[in-house]
Design a binder for this molecule. Structure first.
Ligand SMILES: *Cc1c(COP(=O)(O)O)cnc(C)c1O
Length: 400
């Protein structure tokens, strides 16, 4: 791999990314870009960031050898990067902290966020409480019904949850509404975006904050596994946990990178959330160009996945680029395969994984038996599954 130095000054990863927004948002994004450029070069910002990750989040998260599962599969050794052990249960908090610290430097006392399943809403409400900021979370009315425990969590943390009644009343509508709020209140407000998508500089910023995942892994793997992994695997919704794991490994030859999308009821059914591996075209959504699930008229289509966190029709622009240049591969795992890996992980390792992460686990479990016993697969276990037990119980016909 030659030197990799993306995005360019305008936020492009090859043909992807960029800034496709209304004139009214340009000034806000410019201000953000300039401020981020300043802090990027300021060591005191990163010192503060690292301090928070250590003392509030509990980083570094450990690497764990899933020995029993690996033995049962009879092939490559599977290791987990334990992002499930972070405060609030997933990788998302590290991004929320980075953006909140930036907001504080910019003198913004009000933060807003979009959320689908509620995980990013909870992470944002958490950091808003931690730094004494006012917090509004936009959430589709349909999602509010489906995710009541997370709605209550956000309220406990002092946030206001704003129901979004437009469109399909889900994540993409919440994102539109959050952008609208930002335009109106840009002087007082910082928009904490929840994944490595959206207009420049968000995909770059979110990647930088979450690169701590791959950086820690690079340091820990020689100690725990004796060497760097042959393959790193992560699930891909918008792509933030995956790019956090991949980015530090891009320049490391010999490390294969695999992003696992939600295959839902199967690619052939059309009911999935796999823009990179499901044969989708390219389009513009939420301010950036990327692979995107749309119909013949360019309308964004409804997606399906058993895991709410992967249920997004778009994907971050850097993944689109890594796919095109062949540096990363993208595959789909369907609902059934993910659920089966979910149960295996519970039984064999004593870890209840998030349904999102179960997609990455399922791919590892499928491929490990085809690899030699001295090969190493590192799975980013992006979050814990406590939030998913109602879903899993419901699928088994059990009401909790
Ligand atoms: C939100 C979430 C995801 C999907 O988001 P990305 O931006 O693709 O990482 C994956 N895993 C967990 C546990 C999540 O909460």
């Amino acid at each position: 791999m030659e030197r990799y130095d993306l995005p360019d000054a305008n936020g492009h990863f090859g043909p992807y990314g960029g800034v496709y927004v209304a004139e009214t948002l340009m000034a806000a994004l410019d201000e953000l870009k300039n401020e981020y450029e300043r802090v990027k070069a300021d060591p005191t910002f990163w010192e503060e960031f690292r301090h928070e990750l250590k003392h509030y989040v509990g980083r570094p998260s450990p690497i764990y050898h899933a020995k029993r599962w690996s033995e049962q599969l009879g092939g490559a050794q599977i290791f987990f990067k334990r992002e499930d052990l972070n405060h609030t249960g997933a990788h998302k908090i590290s991004n929320a902290i980075g953006q909140a610290l930036l907001a504080r430097r910019m003198g913004k006392k009000r933060v807003i966020a979009e959320t689908g399943a509620g995980q990013h809403g909870v992470a944002t409400a958490t950091v808003a409480a931690r730094y004494g900021m006012e917090c509004f979370v936009y959430m589709g009315a349909e999602d509010i019904k489906r995710q009541s425990p997370n709605v209550f969590r956000m309220k406990l943390l002092g946030a206001t949850v704003v129901p979004v009644e437009s469109g399909s009343k889900t994540l993409k509508d919440a994102l539109n509404e959050a952008m609208r709020d930002w335009v109106t209140n840009v002087d007082s407000t910082f928009y904490i975006l929840g994944t490595a998508a959206g207009p420049h500089p968000y995909p770059m910023m979110v990647r930088d904050f979450l690169s701590v995942i791959g950086e820690e892994s690079k340091e820990q793997m020689p100690e725990v596994a004796g060497r760097q992994p042959d393959v790193v695997v992560a699930c891909v919704g918008g792509g933030s946990n995956a790019i956090g794991m991949f980015y530090p490994y891009i320049g490391v030859d010999g490390v294969r990178m695999v992003g696992v999308e939600a295959g839902g009821h199967g690619i052939a059914s059309g009911m999935h959330a796999a823009p990179l591996s499901g044969g989708a075209g390219v389009g513009v959504l939420h301010g950036a160009k990327s692979y995107l699930m749309q119909d013949a008229n360019g309308q964004v289509v409804e997606t399906h996945s058993v895991s709410a966190g992967l249920d997004y029709p778009g994907v971050g622009p850097e993944h689109s680029y890594l796919k095109d240049i062949g540096r990363a591969e993208y595959v789909a795992i369907d609902d059934k395969e993910a659920l089966s890996a979910f149960h295996d992980c519970c039984h064999l390792e004593g870890i209840i994984p998030a349904l999102e992460s179960s997609h990455a686990l399922a791919w590892a479990a499928k491929v490990a038996p085809t690899m030699a016993k001295d090969k190493v697969i590192l799975v980013n276990l992006s979050g814990r599954g406590d939030k998913d037990i109602n879903t899993v119980a419901g699928l088994a016909g059990i009401t909790l």
